[in-house]
Structure formats: structure tokens, C-alpha cells
Design a protein. Structure first.
Length: 249
């Protein structure tokens, strides 16, 4: 059937204003029809609060978010609700994910085909069997609490490549800063996949040949890793402890 993704909460958002309410808050467009959407909620300064999936379910929407962010996200959504005809409630649904044998009712993960499918159900799945970190590293897909945190700008985290932001949908909280980063500046930092020769742990600082700070490793899988890099310094061999780090743009 697929495996239960641990540490996920699923909220149900119902009410006739649910789409228009969310449309003014999240980074992606929710008017594209019957499909799952990956999106983020940002501060007015354009920094990350939470990333999540939004999937239609009858006359409601399911919001699939990391459990560590759920309580704060509910508070923020309720703060913005005002007089909108919207109801927020927690569910007991499980998030099941897999790569092959997509079951009926499952959605393809909108971030990347390599991430397979997601299903929301009342029945738990099987024990983990897939090395999801290796998939994330290979395709540079950031994760809540590892790459994504309060200081993250979503364009540095690759949300455009991961289909998590829409630049034509109109205003949402944090939209102005995000649009400015897209159209008026060139990204100087961001998450990329790098090659690692040797052994280095997540969190290890990356330095240039002459010892300048160039970033840090965040997730390591075999001889590859996701790293947050300063692009102007990520030229030629770099070091993470005793390991050599290289990036090919």
C-alpha cells in the first residue's frame, strides 16, 4: 500500500470561502482545478513559516503539514480568518506515500515525479522501506526542519523548480519580497546538491580552499548531499571537515 509518513498532521479546511481565503495567504495558485498543490505560508518579510500540501476533498480541502508546525499554522490561519466563511479542524488521517503501484485516490507528489504519490486515509500504511533522503538529495528537495526554517527564503529553497510558487496569482502575504527576488535580483545563496568525497555529517560547515565560509551541509546521503551555498564562493573544490565538496552548477 505504501508507508505512513511519520510526523504529519492533516487539517480539513471547509466553508464557502476556503479557496479565496487561502489564495490570499499561500505562495501558490489554488484555482487550477481538481489537483494537489504544494505551497508555503510566509511572513510579510517573505520568510518561511510553513510548507504544506493542499488537496481537495469534496467540499473541503485537506492541508498536509509537518506536525511540528501544525499548531502555529492553525493559530495563524485563525488570526487571518476574520469574517471569512471558513472552518478549520484537525483530522486523524494518515499520510501514506509510495513510489510504485499508485492506489486509487492518491495524488502524484507535485514537487517531483521521483517522490511518487501521497494518499490521505484513515488506515495506516506499512513500515518504511524507501530511502527518501537519498531521493531528496538526488533532486535537491528541501525538508521541513532540515533545510526549511524561519530564515529561509523560498526561492533559495527551490520552490519555483518544485512548483511551490506562482508569480501570476496576485497578492499573498510575503508576495512582494518573493517577486522582487525573482525579478530584480540574482540569487546569491541557495540549496543545491553537491558531491562529497569522504565522510561529513549534516551541519558541517563548508569552506573554500583559502578558508572562507561557503555554506553548510544539511542532508547527506552516500557521496552526495544537499548544501546551502554562497554561490560566489562555491567555485572549485571546497571542504567540509576532512571531506572535499564540489558543486557543478
Amino acid at each position: 500500500m505504501g508507508e505512513t509518513q511519520a510526523n504529519r498532521n492533516v487539517l480539513r479546511i471547509s466553508g464557502e470561502d476556503r479557496v479565496s481565503f487561502l489564495q490570499g495567504l499561500v505562495s501558490n495558485n489554488l484555482t487550477g482545478g481538481n489537483q494537489i498543490t504544494y505551497a508555503a505560508m510566509l511572513t510579510p518579510q517573505g520568510k518561511y513559516i510553513a510548507d504544506f500540501f493542499l488537496a481537495p476533498e469534496g467540499d473541503a480541502m485537506l492541508l498536509d503539514v509537518d506536525a511540528s508546525l501544525a499548531a502555529d499554522l492553525v493559530k495563524r490561519l485563525n488570526m487571518y480568518k476574520l469574517r471569512a466563511k471558513v472552518t478549520l479542524e484537525e483530522t486523524q488521517k494518515y499520510v501514506i506515500r509510495g513510489i510504485e503501484n499508485k492506489p486509487a485516490g492518491a495524488w502524484g507528489d507535485p514537487r517531483h515525479p521521483a517522490l511518487g504519490w501521497r494518499l490521505y486515509t484513515d488506515t495506516p500504511g506499512d513500515a518504511p522501506e524507501i530511502d527518501w533522503d537519498a531521493i531528496r538529495v538526488a533532486h535537491c528537495i528541501p525538508e521541513t526542519g532540515t533545510e526549511l526554517g524561519p530564515d529561509t527564503f523560498i526561492l533559495e529553497a527551490g520552490f519555483e523548480r518544485l512548483h511551490g510558487v506562482d508569480f501570476r496569482k496576485g497578492c499573498y502575504v510575503g508576495q512582494e519580497v518573493t517577486a522582487r527576488m525573482k525579478h530584480k535580483t540574482e540569487l546569491r545563496k541557495g540549496f543545491v546538491t553537491v558531491d562529497v568525497t569522504g565522510t561529513a555529517a549534516p551541519g558541517t560547515a563548508i569552506t573554500t580552499e583559502d578558508g572562507k565560509d561557503a555554506g553548510r551541509l544539511t542532508t547527506v546521503a552516500g557521496d552526495k548531499a544537499i548544501a546551502y551555498l554562497r554561490f560566489d564562493r562555491a567555485k572549485g573544490p571546497m571542504h567540509a571537515g576532512d571531506s572535499t565538496v564540489t558543486w557543478t552548477p
